[in-house]
Design a protein around this ligand. Structure first.
Ligand SMILES: Nc1nc2c(ncn2[C@@H]2O[C@H](COP(=O)(O)OP(=O)(O)OP(=O)(O)O)[C@@H](O)[C@H]2O)c(=O)[nH]1
Ligand SMILES: [Mg+2]
Length: 437
């Protein structure tokens, strides 16, 4: 089984708020003092945080469901319950987080220790001490804690590398990576020996470094799933430069190059527009003069290829031999220079998290009709109901205010609800009218 796990679905649930309690002050000369029931503690939040030591999402294959602890219930003498201890789930750098229910992108986690709140814990319920008002100084009721929320998240890992090595199968991509870095990818004389992306770090003499990514080979029709398909291209979407490597001894050299560029283009406009250098490998297999001639010809007439490139986009064409280690020193010199000249930053594409996709539940609701009743459904409505003490008029009054703000009564009215009708709000039967009760 492949160890490179780059896409998983997980479920997280924030903690429930602790319940408030009803209690009374009992002092020596005041046997029935005022209300003293403490509030419940907040339920734990759930966060995702980047751990730079992680490289894949593999751990989530074994554990994909996370439940954060609840807040503690309130205590007597006005003591508040403790908050639930927040749950922090570690993910590798380059993880994007999508809310599967809404389809919104919640976060794009790229920096070490970057942290995002994905599920807010429920509020603690108020104890009777906090519920006392001037008109009702001794309430004999308390609030239950608000329930936590569950979210279904899709995590997707995109490798963060500076340079992506692309090309047909067997061109020598993994060999190049193994010669330039300490990575040890599988190298073999047959197509598709690389089945999952490999990363390697090139350390320069002055201490600077950059990351190379080697991905499985591309063939014509990869976008239709031929070969290993083009799904691995997403791992090089964020690179700043592509090294397009091909076999100079191939009888279909020009077509090979065009086919790979065509697949980039099919995948995304962005990839096809990334700066690219062309590396003609295996020059040991042909005569030196011929290889020089091919390189010169390609510089002049290779382009425009199918992706619509123009010659100035191909920054550089150079012939090398991995076997003889020829031209490698030159390539090693060229890459950092090009990277420093390119003023493109690792591209984060359109991955701007959606402003509306917060860790809070969606405030929207829907009104639908079953055979007998109108039903009001929605995450937020459910939470409102969960903190309402339905036997308490004040609490019901709060609920009505909150529902009115959301436009629930108005929508019910428009849908034909008549005073006295029974409506079902988040599973609770209420009577429709000026107030729902
Ligand atoms: N003659 C010659 N053979 C080479 C050279 N570079 C790599 N090879 C050989 O070409 C074969 C394929 O090399 P890989 O590095 O596995 O090629 P790849 O592009 O990673 O292939 P896939 O992972 O299958 O896409 C191996 O047998 C290498 O030894 C070279 O400069 N000259
Ligand atoms: Mg390979």
């Amino acid at each position: 089984m492949s160890k490179f796990v780059d896409q998983v679905v997980i479920t997280v649930r924030s903690g429930d708020g602790g319940n408030g309690i009803v209690a009374w002050r009992r002092e020596k000369y005041e046997p029935l003092g005022g209300p003293a029931g403490g509030n419940g503690g907040r339920g734990a939040h759930v966060y995702l945080e980047v751990d730079p030591s992680l490289a894949t999402l593999l751990d989530f294959r074994y554990k994909s469901s996370f439940v954060a602890p609840s807040g503690a219930r309130g205590g007597p003498k006005g003591k508040h319950g403790q908050h639930g201890k927040d749950l922090v789930i570690k993910v590798p750098a380059g993880t994007t987080v999508k809310d599967l229910d809404s389809g919104n992108l919640i976060a794009d986690l790229t920096e070490p220790n970057q942290k995002v709140l994905v599920a807010v814990g429920g509020h603690g319920g108020k104890g009777n001490a906090d519920l006392a008002t001037a008109t009702r100084p001794s309430p004999a009721y308390c609030e239950p804690g608000q329930s936590g929320i569950a979210r279904h998240l899709e995590l997707e890992l995109k490798i963060l590398a500076d340079v992506g090595i692309i090309g047909m199968p067997n061109a020598g991509k993994s060999t190049l990576l193994s010669l330039m870095t300490s990575a040890r990818p599988k190298i073999a004389d047959y197509p598709f020996s690389t089945l999952e992306p490999n990363l390697g770090v090139v350390k320069e003499n002055d201490g600077d470094s950059y990351v190379l990514a080697d991905i499985p080979g591309l063939v014509k029709g990869a976008s239709q799933g031929i070969g290993l398909g083009h799904k691995f291209l997403r791992h090089i979407e964020r690179t700043r430069l592509l090294v397009h490597i091909c076999d100079i001894s191939s009888s279909t050299l020009v077509e090979d190059i065009a086919a790979v560029n065509q697949e980039l283009h099919q995948y995304s406009k962005h990839l096809s527009e990334l700066p690219q250098i062309l590396v003609l490998n295996k020059s040991d297999l042909i005569d030196k003069q011929l290889s020089d001639k091919i390189a010169t010809n390609l510089k002049a007439k290779l382009v425009p290829v199918a992706s619509g490139k123009t010659s100035k986009d191909v920054t550089c064409v150079l012939a090398i031999s991995c076997i003889n280690q020829q031209g490698l020193a030159h390539l090693k010199k060229v890459l950092p220079i090009l990277l420093s000249q390119l003023n493109n930053q690792p591209e984060y594409l359109n991955l701007q998290p959606d402003a509306k996709a917060s860790a809070h539940p969606d405030r929207s609701f829907v009104v639908v009709r079953n055979k007998k009743n109108l039903l009001v459904l929605g995450d937020h409505i459910e939470r409102l109901i969960s903190v309402t003490n339905l036997r308490n008029t004040e609490s019901l009054h709060h609920l009505n205010d909150a529902l009115r703000k959301l436009g629930v009564q108005e929508t019910l009215n428009k849908q034909g609800a008549q005073p006295g009708d029974e409506v079902i709000v988040a599973g609770i039967r209420l009577t429709f009218g000026d107030e729902l009760y």
